[in-house]
Design a protein around this ligand. Structure first.
Ligand SMILES: NC(=O)c1ccc[n+]([C@@H]2O[C@H](COP(=O)([O-])OP(=O)(O)OC[C@H]3O[C@@H](n4cnc5c(N)ncnc54)[C@H](OP(=O)(O)O)[C@@H]3O)[C@@H](O)[C@H]2O)c1
Length: 507
């Protein structure tokens, strides 16, 4: 896999939030670090009527907000901006595609490209099925040789449920081959997420204990301390299960639970991920009643409630928090619960996986604080303070035989400076080079939806299932605490628990 000599990147949704906050800053970093093809043009496409110069001005302004100050290099920004072009069109309108094709051919002539195109779909999801069909109608889907490739990156969410995901996969397969399709989940572009693989498969000491014989339970947490910001219109129709759990959280479960791939290549790696999804224990109605907690943040002293956010229905029952207990029915994990949770307006922003090992068979040492046998924990911290923490017990110096929990910390940054390029930059570069390893394959998308769609159906058919309120800035509904208590445990909250029981209610 190598970088092509020339390329036109076509961004559909070029006037939108994702483009200005993530895609352009990432492309700028790739440009600055000389990771892009030498002959390149970036064509923005959306309905807003910019001229080339106006669009360049717009992106220049946005870069000043979203590129870190230490990455700003005025000469590089100028040369990056010169790569930008704009084509105003409605991507839903089939009649506009012949003109798009002409514009692409004229850009080809300008930069010395030969129909080598990468399409990035950053539009509302309702257009994800429309654009590939229109591209196909004018032949903009066809690879025509080594340097005349067509690749397409599709943003999440890929589908709305199982049925729509199957339908979308059909549309894509009709227009493109699977190796041309890159379903992006930017979690997988993060260095620290990839580091889970290094931890598990570049070390021999973990493998013998990484199973139901030694692991008691696993927690996966990905929470943030912000609300839905300006995304109310989008989020209120989607909710956290679709936005976070069905893709990001289940990816983290897969990386933690998967078998070692035969080789680190796209097929082997994605085969093992798909096998985890296929092994998820189907949820019964009882599981959905008792082991899935959905919540919605309510106003606190300093923060708005979800229902007061812009473009949110004041009676909305959309969940901004989900905690659930899931199982994996296979030889390695049978009987080991995976507790996963994600939410907005939590006390902090953190993503981490905590592997709780089984306790010692009985308590040999007398430690006054230690009520139960001792259990080791391995914490894989994905953000912030990326690293690994191993928790174990040691004797407290002095008389008697008291033991105390200690931590062995490894900070990822001690290996060297973390790359400044972000997950999007990494994944866009992989796509340019034709490497789909870190993108989601069609079978994995469908297996994941197969597991989660019954939950959506159950919630729809049972409006009496509660949505629990939690005050913004706390760790979520107390019912999710109760779910953990059933296991005789508490969630591992990385900072002090801020819950205030008086503020809880059922919505
Ligand atoms: N924003 C994020 O951080 C983020 C993160 C992960 C995934 N995503 C996904 O990326 C996609 C884009 O998100 P976004 O936040 O950038 O959305 P957005 O700000 O609403 O932007 C949507 C873009 O699509 C264009 N568009 C074309 N046809 C449209 C139509 N019929 N209706 C509305 N807009 C149309 C809009 O421009 P015109 O109005 O000029 O046509 C605009 O450029 C979404 O699917 C989202 O799920 C976003």
């Amino acid at each position: 896999m190598s970088k092509p000599n020339s390329l036109v990147i076509v961004i559909f949704g070029a006037s939108g939030d994702l483009t200005r906050r993530k895609l352009m800053p990432s492309l700028y970093l790739l440009h600055k670090n000389k990771r892009l093809p030498p002959h390149l043009a970036i064509l923005g496409v959306s309905r807003t009527a910019y001229k080339d110069e106006e669009y360049r001005e717009h992106i220049r302004e946005e870069l000043s907000h979203f590129v870190k100050p230490e990455e700003v290099d005025e000469a590089q920004i100028r040369s990056f901006i010169d790569l930008l072009y704009y084509f105003p069109m409605d991507p839903a309108n089939a009649d506009a595609y012949p003109s798009l094709q002409s514009r692409l051919l004229s850009l080809d002539a300008l930069i010395g490209n030969q129909e080598n195109y990468l399409y990035y779909l950053a539009t509302p999801p309702s257009l994800y099925g429309v654009i590939p069909q229109h591209l196909k109608q004018v032949g903009l889907n066809l690879d025509k040789g080594v340097e005349k490739k067509k690749r397409i990156i599709v943003e999440k969410p890929f589908g709305y449920d199982l049925e729509s995901a199957i339908e979308l996969n059909k549309i894509y397969k009709d227009a493109f081959r699977e190796d041309q399709i890159f379903r992006i989940d930017h979690f997988l572009g993060k260095e620290t997420v990839q580091n889970i693989l290094a931890l598990r498969f570049a070390n021999s000491i973990f493998e013998p204990i990484w199973n139901r014989n030694y692991v008691d339970y696993v927690e996966v947490t990905a929470v943030e301390n912000m609300g839905i910001e300006q995304r109310g219109g989008f989020f209120d129709g989607v909710g956290t299960l679709r936005d976070m759990v069905q893709n990001h959280l289940i990816q983290l479960v897969a990386l933690t639970a998967m078998e070692p791939p035969m080789a680190f290549n796209a097929d082997s790696f994605r085969d093992e991920v798909a096998k985890v999804y296929q092994s998820l224990t189907p949820l019964t109605e009882e599981d959905m009643n008792e082991h899935i907690i959905r919540g919605q943040y309510t106003a606190s002293e300093t923060r708005k409630g979800y229902r007061e956010e812009k473009n949110v229905d004041p009676l909305s029952r959309t969940e901004s928090y989900v905690a659930m207990k899931i199982g994996i029915s296979n030889w390695r994990w049978s009987g080991v619960p995976f507790y996963i949770r994600t939410g907005k307006q939590m006390p902090t922003k953190v993503s981490e996986i905590v592997v709780h090992f089984k306790p010692t068979p009985y308590r040999l040492f007398n430690s006054p604080e230690q009520k139960s046998p001792m259990a080791n924990q391995l914490i894989i911290r994905l953000q912030p303070n990326e690293g690994i923490v191993l928790k174990f017990e040691m004797k407290v110096p002095g008389s008697g035989f008291n033991v105390e929990r200690v931590s062995m910390d490894f900070s990822y940054s001690s290996l060297g400076e973390l790359p400044t390029e972000d997950a999007y930059a990494r994944l866009i570069e992989d796509c340019i080079q034709g490497d789909p390893t870190l993108f989601t394959r069609s079978d994995a998308v469908e297996s994941s939806w197969q597991f989660f769609t019954p939950v959506l159906t159950f919630w729809k058919e049972h409006p009496e299932i509660p949505v629990y309120g939690y005050p913004a800035g706390t760790w979520g509904p107390r019912e999710s605490e109760a779910m953990m208590h059933e296991h005789g445990a508490d969630w591992t909250n990385p900072c002090k628990n801020l819950t205030n029981t008086d503020l809880y209610c059922e919505l």
